[in-house]
Design a protein around this ligand. Structure first.
Ligand SMILES: NC(=O)c1ccc[n+]([C@@H]2O[C@H](COP(=O)([O-])OP(=O)(O)OC[C@H]3O[C@@H](n4cnc5c(N)ncnc54)[C@H](OP(=O)(O)O)[C@@H]3O)[C@@H](O)[C@H]2O)c1
Length: 391
């Protein structure tokens, strides 16, 4: 009789984090059944191009049976398991739409979707469930945010955060009611690969960098010497940390270690930067990269009056994410540190070199405009470009 290969049902494999997780799970010998949205042929082609970017041949793994693709969608179009037993679910799909706009998202995918996926797991006797959430289910909490479920809903800044908290609550209740195990992995803001800068998503950090690029280009003046002087008030304090950013390969590596090690299940993990750089570091890297100068820190209230054109360009477009710039939260990481020690993994701290790599890669992809992506990297239906040496 053929022995059973541990099998994971994975949602969100065509996403930024999901394709890394798929690759990392398969590398650890898991059989992965990936649920892709219709039309299956188009999603398969997209996934194949994305995995090629990571050096993985999807077709070969489909031939060996380690990767199975099935059509499905959240909340309620999940396939019948024609592949045999499923050992665990890794729920990575989500709507990253920050605010509700009448299309039902992010509630439909993130809350109803979680409900249906849990029902599917119960129906098919899957006892182990892992979910990718966000560190920002902590809402406005600040001090030593622990790797536990936050039973009281905090104040949220976006509908997206609220839906991720509700999804965690559903998971918590499901595990309690069914004596099942659940694990939650909470990244902060995902950024590109720690060595190559490779990314398929261009929101948040990249949106900010793109605005600076536009501003630098707009004010560039050939006759003004070495750099372009742009007087610009920066709301915040120079020694405060920047918003928490985590390279996608680090996040995926921890997810894969946790999923494939039963002793690490049944916990919550913060996939976050333990010591983010300061705003002062960040400012100097931005100025050097874009060859600009003239930024200075001010109290955030001061920026409400008389904004210059440059300040409006930069800060008004970034309004929605602004609260996170001033939210200096300390995420406890005891569980994540344990995994890192176990596998001898260090956090790939953001340095000037890494920062430059991230921007070089994003600029080479025209900040997500290449290959028909929008700047958030969402709804991209074309092939990802194979970057050199992504691992
Ligand atoms: N990106 C971040 O900075 C960040 C930070 C913290 C936590 N997270 C969490 O990390 C996970 C992955 O995020 P990501 O950045 O990789 O997102 P992403 O690149 O936008 O990918 C989202 C994935 O979910 C799939 N999906 C969306 N709606 C679906 C639906 N209704 N039914 C089935 N599949 C659906 C998408 O499929 P299509 O390809 O067909 O659209 C795609 O595969 C999410 O749970 C997110 O909440 C992300």
């Amino acid at each position: 009789m053929k022995s059973h290969t541990p099998t994971t049902l994975l949602t969100g494999a065509t996403g930024f984090l999901g394709h890394f997780i798929l690759r990392d799970l398969v590398q650890r010998g898991r059989r992965v059944v990936a649920i892709l949205r219709a039309p299956l042929a188009g999603s398969t082609q997209r996934l194949s191009a994305m995995l090629a970017g990571l050096g993985m041949d999807l077709e070969e793994h489909r031939r060996t049976g380690l990767v199975l693709l099935r059509e499905g969608a959240l909340p309620d179009e999940l396939p019948e398991p024609d592949w045999g037993a499923t050992d665990d679910v890794v729920s990575c799909a989500a709507s990253l739409q920050l605010l509700a706009n009448g299309n039902g998202e992010p509630y439909k995918t993130n809350i109803e979707g979680m409900d249906q996926l849990l029902a599917w797991a119960r129906q098919h006797n899957v006892g182990t469930f892992h979910a990718v959430s966000t560190a920002y289910v902590c809402g406005g909490l600040k001090n030593n945010v622990r790797e536990v479920f936050h039973p009281e809903p905090p104040t949220f800044q976006t509908d997206y955060e609220r839906t991720k908290w509700f999804a965690e609550r559903k998971l918590h209740e499901w595990a309690d009611a069914n004596s099942r195990s659940y694990t939650v992995l909470r990244p902060s803001f995902l950024i590109g690969h720690s060595e190559t800068g490779y990314t398929t998503q261009f929101g948040g950090f990249y949106q900010f960098a793109r605005l600076v690029a536009m501003m630098a280009e707009h004010y560039r003046n050939g006759s003004n010497g070495d750099g372009t002087h742009i007087p610009l008030r920066i709301p915040g304090r120079q020694n405060d940390p920047i918003q928490n950013l985590v390279p996608v390969d680090f996040a995926s590596r921890i997810v894969a270690e946790v999923v494939t090690t039963p002793g690490l299940h049944n916990r919550i993990y913060h996939l976050t930067d333990p010591a983010p750089p300061t705003w002062d570091d960040f400012k100097s890297w931005v100025e050097e990269y874009f060859n600009i100068y003239g930024g200075y820190f001010v109290d955030s209230d001061e920026l409400s009056n008389g904004r210059s054109a440059a300040e409006s360009l930069l800060w008004e477009k970034y309004d929605l994410l602004m609260p996170r710039i001033h939210h200096h939260v300390h995420f406890d990481q005891a569980h994540t540190r344990e995994v890192m020690q176990r596998v001898g993994l260090e956090f790939p701290a953001l340095s000037k070199q890494r920062f430059f790599k991230l921007l070089e890669y994003a600029a080479s992809q025209r900040w997500g405009q290449k290959n028909g992506r929008d700047h958030n990297g969402t709804h991209r239906k074309s092939k990802a470009r194979r970057p050199a040496g992504v691992h």
